[in-house]
Design a binder for this molecule. Structure first.
Ligand code: HEM
Length: 467
């Protein structure tokens, strides 16, 4: 048994002051540098345990002893009438079990390959717009552009709906995106003083209520519209409406379909757009990787129209995306806790650290865990896509790279995200020379529930010989 190291909590406010940062994960990273691979903090009168090393995380990945505990920010308040996959409080919840069984095949490799043409449709909209503006003066705010791309892609592939984000007015987003950003920002900044003060204003809470209601209404309308106008399209919406639980033979009720639709729109877009934004930034900061990726695209695709067959041959591009997810996992933390079947009394980590059975779980800070020098070596902070190639990864322990989470509650959309991201990178490199708008730009992060680079602009110009 060992006592945890920890920053000294103050009466009433606990460690609130230690956690103040515009980027909440930076505060946790700083504390890790001082207090080591496992430490405790007190927030709102409750203790939280933070794990930041591979060794301890590896133990928490043992699905016989531990499982996902949804982040407190996502599950505060009473259980909603329908629980989406991501925020379901337990993998024993009937809503999670039913949706998981029905949706797993819809996210399988063949189903994802069938979505290629729609992914291409949206990605080429972006490329055409860049090409049309091409005059050397086309300044692109990367995170916004990638967010338009991934949002429109998931909406089209999941439910045959076109938000047409690329055609919204300058500086405007679809109201669904605005509502979603407000909700996410509020949840992730709940420990920030500025956010707490804002929440004392009745107008803030009223706006949040309206945003949640708007999201719910829109997704319910989409389900109703599909039921009134059936198609035989093989998308996620049809899979949810008509798919039957193989054990019970039952279909999902409408409000569960709607809750999962919101889940896909939220979980399926910010994470992938952050990945693409960081990937572009990494390439531009490390020109040899940009060169290698472009060479691969030229060799595999050349001037042909990209097909789904090409994607599996873009091995370096794939590695580049994986390395980006190692350094900047866009879902930067997951939460684990002891399973009810775990009979250890009390459950312990590394045989020393006692863990509570109940509560909001142990925060696993992936930004630190995936930079553990014991696993990746002294150059751990460097961007090196080569280390993600199969022959190197064989030597890396299984749980050292987990940006898609772990176990039964790991990401259902992983193949979707990778196919979409490889395609987007390939299309961009095939058609454009890309440069940083400000060559002295240094990475700054903005965090909602996910992370992305802040104020990062590029200038794409059409490659010579591309028409
Ligand atoms: C779960 C990351 C893309 C849908 C997760 C988890 C992570 C993650 C870390 C586990 C969360 C936890 O343990 O609390 C990512 C990253 C993505 C990505 C980094 C892109 C680069 C997507 C896409 C979709 C999606 C494109 C949908 C189309 C989901 C869902 C879950 C999930 C539904 C919950 C699964 C469950 O609990 O059964 N994701 N994700 N994700 N993701 Fe993703």
């Amino acid at each position: 048994r060992l006592t945890y190291s920890r920053p000294q909590p103050l009466p009433l406010i606990g460690n609130l002051l230690d956690l103040q940062d515009d980027v909440p994960i930076h505060a946790l990273e700083r504390l890790a540098d001082i207090y080591g691979p496992i430490y405790k903090i007190t927030m709102r009168g409750k203790e939280r345990i933070i794990v930041t090393s591979f060794k301890l995380f590896d133990e928490l990945c043992d699905e016989n002893r531990f499982w996902k505990v949804p982040p407190a920010a996502l599950v505060s308040g009473p259980t909603p009438p329908a629980e989406g996959l991501f925020s379901a409080r337990s993998s024993q919840s009937p809503d999670w079990i039913q949706a998981h069984k029905i949706l797993m095949p819809a996210f399988g490799p063949l189903a994802i390959e069938e979505m290629f043409d729609e992914m291409y449709d949206i990605a080429s909209q972006m490329v055409m717009l860049w090409a049309r503006k091409d005059s050397g003066a086309n300044r692109v705010l990367v995170s916004k552009e990638m967010s338009n791309l991934t949002f429109d892609t998931i909406a089209l592939c999941a439910m045959d709906f076109r938000f047409n984000s690329f055609y919204q007015g300058q500086g405007q987003a679809h109201p669904f995106v605005t509502a979603m950003s407000n909700l996410l920002l509020n949840r992730s900044n709940s420990q920030q003083l500025s956010s707490m003060l804002k929440k004392l204003l009745p107008s803030t809470n009223e706006q949040l209520r309206k945003d949640a209601q708007y999201q719910k209404n829109l997704s319910e309308q989409l389900v109703k519209h599909r039921k009134d106008n059936p198609t035989d399209k093989k998308d996620l919406l049809n899979a949810m409406i008509y798919g039957k639980d193989p054990t019970t033979g039952e279909t999902m009720r409408d409000e569960l379909v709607a809750a999962n639709m919101i889940t896909f729109l939220v979980a399926g877009h910010e994470t992938t757009s952050g990945l693409l934004s960081f990937a572009l930034l990494n390439m531009l900061k490390n020109p040899s990787t940009l060169f290698a990726a472009r060479q691969e695209v030229d060799r595999v695709v050349g001037k042909e129209k990209i097909t789904s067959k090409h994607l599996s041959e873009l091995i370096y591009v794939h590695a580049l995306l994986k390395e980006t997810l190692r350094l900047t996992p866009t879902a930067p933390a997951i939460t684990r806790g002891p399973r009810p079947e775990n009979k250890e009394d009390p459950p312990r980590l590394d045989r020393k650290y006692e863990l509570p059975r109940e509560g909001s779980g142990i925060v696993c800070l992936l930004t630190k865990i995936q930079r553990d020098p014991e696993v990746w070596g002294v150059d751990v902070e460097e961007f090196k896509p080569e280390r993600m190639l199969d022959e190197h990864m064989e030597k890396i322990p299984r749980n050292a790279w987990k940006p898609f989470g772990t176990g039964l509650r790991g990401c259902i959309g992983r193949s979707f995200a990778i196919q979409e991201a490889v395609l987007a990178v390939a299309l961009i490199l095939q058609n454009f020379d890309v440069a940083m708008d400000d060559p002295s730009y240094e990475m700054k992060i903005v965090q909602t529930l996910t992370i992305k680079p802040k104020d990062f602009y590029i200038r794409p110009t059409l490659r010579k010989g591309v028409t």
